[in-house]
Ligand binder design. Structure first.
Ligand SMILES: Cc1cc2nc3c(=O)[nH]c(=O)nc-3n(C[C@H](O)[C@H](O)[C@H](O)COP(=O)(O)O)c2cc1C
Length: 127
């Protein structure tokens, strides 16, 4: 995918996501993507339907689908940035399910979400 393909995709995605009250981020490295979407169930389903049917990619894999208490990226219709391969691999391999602590309480964020927030927070070249 060229830079202009990506810009075109993001323009279209942001417009549609805004119409569905969906926020999130899209990280990419060397033609691979990791995307985090959040919003009302119906909006997520509509956005995900567009992603599934988009012919610009293959091999779609879902890491997590579930309720959230609050948005991680309320200000991003779809923030996007390139990241190093190591970031993509650590995000891919993280646990995206919330793991109960020794007291049996569920933390608000899973290890994958904490990692995503930490990586995205550090990046400056976000468009
Ligand atoms: C990696 C990736 C992420 C995408 N994310 C979104 C998204 O968040 N929202 C959305 O509406 N479409 C998303 N799409 C789909 C594209 O925006 C859209 O289908 C494509 O750019 C064609 O746009 P068009 O139907 O306006 O021509 C994504 C596609 C890819 C390949």
């Amino acid at each position: 995918m060229t830079q202009s393909d990506l810009e075109c995709l993001l323009r279209s995605a942001r417009q549609f996501n805004a119409s569905q009250d969906v926020t999130g981020v899209l990280l990419h490295h060397n033609g691979g993507f990791l995307q985090f979407l959040e919003g009302p169930r119906q909006g997520i389903e509509r956005v995900y339907a567009r992603i599934r049917t988009c012919r610009l990619h293959t091999d779609l894999f879902e890491l997590l689908d579930g309720p959230a208490e609050e948005r991680l990226f309320p200000e991003w219709q779809m923030g996007s940035t390139g990241v190093p391969e190591s970031t993509m691999l650590s995000l891919r391999d993280a646990s995206w399910n919330r793991l109960a602590n020794p007291k049996g309480d569920l933390p608000t964020l899973s290890p994958g979400m904490l990692l995503l927030r930490a990586h995205f927070g550090f990046l400056t070249s976000v468009s």
